[in-house]
Design a protein around this ligand. Structure first.
Ligand code: UT7
Length: 329
């Protein structure tokens, strides 16, 4: 490490964006009833904590949501797109098969030349992307990165499957991560176990000009639930141990926003009180890779999270993938 190589990366600014169309549980229940499917606000709230989600209009792509979130993050960091030397977008609902949503975002930002690529780790995508950006900054490969989670999950929902279509929403969140000699990201850890790839997947793929296989999201909810509660506790403890910190040092836990019961279970296991958990699943639903940066930005903008707070970010999802990042904000 030479003298100009930074010891840390730190979040310089945050931003997020939700498409304007807010769909309540009652709206969805009415829509499903037309298909002969029964659901209710009461069931969805009790089992998941979700009350509403936002859906993008058909012509709006992940890069469009990412652009709004990125501009807000750049403004909050006090810089412009021209200052960015790395763009990473975490998404499972990219604009195209290729090129990456990151290069499309780069073009929409009006900048050219810096590396830009997508990370595909489903709901763990943002934690993966943040860890990759942190590593690149600490090796000197980048100094100011734009790290985005952006999803239009409404595109891959099966509205004939009430067990999944009520759970997800669209949105984007972004951070500017910059080189720093002060923490910053303190520790992180990523995992994957491909043995469980079937419990949460969108198996269809393009071949010979046609889609082969089912292009809509499939999930064995209870199986995902069971794995999620186990790995989220383990990875949080492991990251704390790496950092030489205790769970009591965490000011706010920002878990992937999939289900309030999973979040509460993780908090209980770490002996964190409910007021230390950032919850946006009620208003956003599960926005996959966007959920953590969306929750982070909303808590920063509401003044709940302040500079100096210690945050634990935790992702879990398809793959099966999971990971956590501990940082001093
Ligand atoms: O983002 C990646 C990570 N994803 C997650 O973390 C999701 C993890 N899983 C979950 O959050 C939960 O498993 C779900 C919310 C998906 C489901 O909750 P659950 O408490 O595990 O319910 P269940 O799947 O065991 O279903 C219970 C009952 C079933 O009826 P029977 O068989 O008991 O008669 C379902 O058919 O609820 C029924 N059900 C519904 N009822 C009304 C399933 N979906 C609905 C619905 N409305 N939308």
């Amino acid at each position: 490490m030479n003298s100009s190589t930074p010891r840390y990366s730190r979040i310089a600014g945050t931003g997020s964006y939700l498409p304007p169309r807010r769909v309540t549980n009652d709206d969805l229940a009415a829509q499903l009833a037309q298909r002969g499917l029964e659901t209710s606000d009461a069931w969805i709230v009790e089992r998941t904590g979700i009350r509403a989600r936002h859906f993008a209009e058909p012509e709006v792509a992940a890069s469009d949501l990412a652009l709004h979130a990125s501009l807000a993050a750049l403004q909050s960091a006090g810089c412009t797109a021209a200052d960015i030397d790395l763009i990473i977008v975490a998404t499972s609902t990219p604009d195209m098969v290729f090129p990456s949503t990151a290069t499309i975002l780069q073009n929409k930002l009006g900048v050219h030349g810096c590396p830009a690529f997508d990370v595909q780790a489903v709901c763990s995508g943002f934690v993966y992307a943040l860890t990759v950006a942190d590593s690149m900054i600490r090796t000197g490969a980048a100094r100011k990165a734009l790290v985005v989670g952006s999803e239009v999950f409404s595109r891959i929902l099966d509205f004939n499957d009430r067990t999944t279509c009520v759970l997800f929403g669209d949105g984007a969140g972004a951070v500017v991560l910059e080189a720093s000699n002060e923490p910053g990201l303190v520790a992180s850890e990523l995992h994957a176990d491909g043995r469980h790839l079937d419990i949460l997947c969108t198996p269809g793929h393009v071949s010979g000009g046609a889609i082969l296989g089912d292009p809509l999201l499939k999930m064995d909810g209870p199986a995902v639930f069971k794995l999620a509660v186990g790995v989220l506790e383990d990875v949080a403890r492991s990251v704390l141990a790496k950092a030489g910190r205790e769970a009591s040092d965490i000011d706010f836990l920002i878990p992937h926003q999939a289900n309030i019961r999973i979040m509460q279970s993780t908090a209980r296991k770490l002996k964190l009180s409910a007021d230390k958990v950032i919850v946006t699943v009620d208003e956003h639903g599960n926005t996959s890779a966007a959920s953590i940066p969306l929750a982070l930005d909303s808590a920063v903008r509401s003044g709940r999270i302040r500079r100096g707070d210690t945050l634990m970010l935790e992702g879990v999802g398809g793959g099966f993938t999971w990971g956590a990042v501990l940082l001093d904000f």
